[in-house]
Ligand binder design. Structure first.
Ligand SMILES: [Fe+2]
Length: 414
């Protein structure tokens, strides 16, 4: 985010002596994007941020591996069939993520968790985690968030943090891990970075971390050693590898920070939908973007009010994109009869024209309101299937517009 924030104990002048009450020095860390040429923040640590006492590989196995969508098919992936029979017990929201779809630009994973995660940072890119249901406290070096259903949490690359599920039900999270930064769409921003009047949300809708958050606030001491799990660029599948560092001190040792780079939360219910007399194209639903992808959300809204309008989408061939929709709440009119329901993901790949299921086109005429909530990711490079995506592919969605498929079965299509 381009707007400046300042939290906690920060010296008046940057890069000057910042003294502890005992007369020692705090250690200044610049966390900045694009070298020293883009947004950054200055963090003031009680201990050396670079001191590590051990390192070992974090074996990610095949968790980041993907297989091509071949033969090319639209697919329905039933995420709620993952973590069945309470297999989420003891699972955490970092190491328990299961990869649904991915490519070199981003990975989409899903997790159901009830256990605290280890400290973690993603050195590959920014993360945007959408909380489908449940709640969690997320502790970061910038401060803490309480997140719940409908929250996006945008976490800048290399931010040390951990997820602590809260409440009775498990946390269900849809995790978008980029290989780049994630930010509001450029078209929403002034030349100096303010969200413009036509944007569907503004700075007031963004929640900042509450801080500073220190080790003592978590019931431990600043000199208690801790491990931090790091996902980073390497030679593993999709160019990702893992390492675990041991620090001689606790990661929550930042007494203050200021700058324009920090995590923030945004609840999808604060997204003000843009509607029109005829069907509005997906860019009006955009909420964030990264390199080679966009994130959109479809929220409950009044729909098209031209007297001859057809509220569901026209058939469309996004010739440059793969389109992934995660159906979160409500009743998704365009997909009736396809088997898609809450917890479903549809993948509509580039090269295949898609649109409403049979009958939906006609049925939508005269409808005034769509009670639906969905998160969409459109990628410019093709998406491949992760382990979890393959495990919950319904195998029949591709034929749902035609009412069935011809035999013999197509290889790999179920
Ligand atoms: Fe579409």
């Amino acid at each position: 985010m381009a707007h400046y924030q300042r939290i906690g104990n920060v010296p008046d002048k940057r890069h000057t002596q910042h003294r502890t009450p005992e007369g020692g020095l705090y250690y200044e860390e610049l966390m900045g994007e694009e070298g020293f040429s883009s947004d950054s923040s200055l963090l003031y640590h009680r201990r050396l941020p670079s001191s590590i006492t051990n390192a070992r590989s974090w074996d990610l196995g095949d968790s980041q591996a993907t297989t091509p969508n071949q033969p090319l098919l639209p697919r329905h992936l039933k995420l709620h069939d993952l973590f069945l029979d309470e297999t989420w017990r003891g699972v955490d929201a970092v190491t328990g993520r299961r990869l649904v779809l991915g490519n070199g630009d981003l990975r989409i994973s899903y997790v159901v968790a009830d256990a605290p995660s280890p400290f973690y940072r993603n050195g590959v890119g920014d993360e945007c985690v959408f909380v489908e249901s449940g709640a969690a406290r997320v502790e970061t070096v910038f401060g803490a968030f309480d997140v719940a259903s409908g929250d996006y949490l945008v976490m800048p690359r290399a931010t040390t943090h951990r997820w602590i599920p809260a409440g009775e039900e498990p946390l269900r999270a849809y995790c978008i891990e980029a290989s780049s930064h994630i930010a509001p769409p450029k078209g929403y921003l002034s030349k100096f970075g303010q969200l413009l009047e036509h944007a569907p949300y503004c700075e007031r809708d963004l929640r900042l971390p509450r801080g500073p958050l220190l080790a003592e606030d978590s019931g431990v001491g600043v000199d208690d050693p801790a491990e931090v799990y790091i996902k980073h660029r390497g030679r593993g599948p999709n160019g990702i590898a893992g390492t675990v560092y041991t620090y001689p001190h606790h990661p929550l040792d930042v007494v203050g920070w200021d700058g324009c780079l920090y995590p923030y939360a945004f609840n999808v219910s604060d997204f003000e939908p843009i509607t029109g007399r005829v069907h509005q194209p997906p860019p009006v639903h955009q909420v964030f973007e990264g390199y080679n992808f966009v994130i959109c959300n479809f929220v409950p809204r009044k729909v098209d009010y031209h007297p001859l309008s057809i509220p569901v989408p026209y058939y469309h061939s996004n010739v440059d994109s793969d389109e992934v929709m995660f159906y979160v709440e409500g009743d998704y009119a365009a997909r009736k009869g396809s088997g898609i329901s809450k917890g479903s993901v549809s993948l509509h790949p580039g090269g295949h024209a898609h649109g409403p299921q049979p009958g939906s086109y006609e049925r939508s005429i005269g409808v005034e309101y769509f009670d639906e909530l969905a998160v969409m990711v459109d990628t410019f490079r093709p998406l491949e299937l992760g382990e979890a995506g393959r495990a919950v592919d319904d195998g029949t969605y591709a034929w749902s517009w035609a009412g069935g498929k011809d035999e013999p079965p197509v290889d790999g299509a179920g």
